[in-house]
Design a protein around this ligand. Sequence first.
Ligand SMILES: [Zn+2]
Length: 163
Amino acid sequence: MPKFGTVPPEVAVQSDLALLAPKFRAAVEATVRDMEAKGHKVRVFETLRMKERQAFIYGFGRDYDDGRGIVTKVQDHLASWHGYGLAADIVEDDRDPWTAPQSFWNDLGACSAAHGLSWGGDWAWKDLPHVQWGKCRKSPSDQSRRLIAAGGVEAVWRACSAL
Ligand SMILES: [Zn+2]
């Protein structure tokens, strides 16, 4: 029996920077400019991630696969800062965006840190394209869930000085 089922229809990725917390968006844009100044071609692949997209990507390497394997440890979109508009994935803008040379990722780590962001390349489970607002803790807490439930994303943005 095959291990995996059929990959379901793609749940479209959201890459609109306008959906990010204002100060985080400014830091992402500054990071992109610095990367371009170093000669990199840069694309912000994903910004805000809602429940349906998180469920789609969580299935890879678990319920179905197309060779990419497990791409996220997180089942619930509110367990990632992407679910709050406080994280973004930055890749190389070419035909093979996920396989940039190490120098690209090293520069992304340095440029994003210079603008107050935390970088997934510093984590034990490396997530090289991932940057998030540096004033947040590493992962959202129950308090973050309560805030977004009560006051929407802006309540969370205010709490972490990203508004
Ligand atoms: Zn990410």
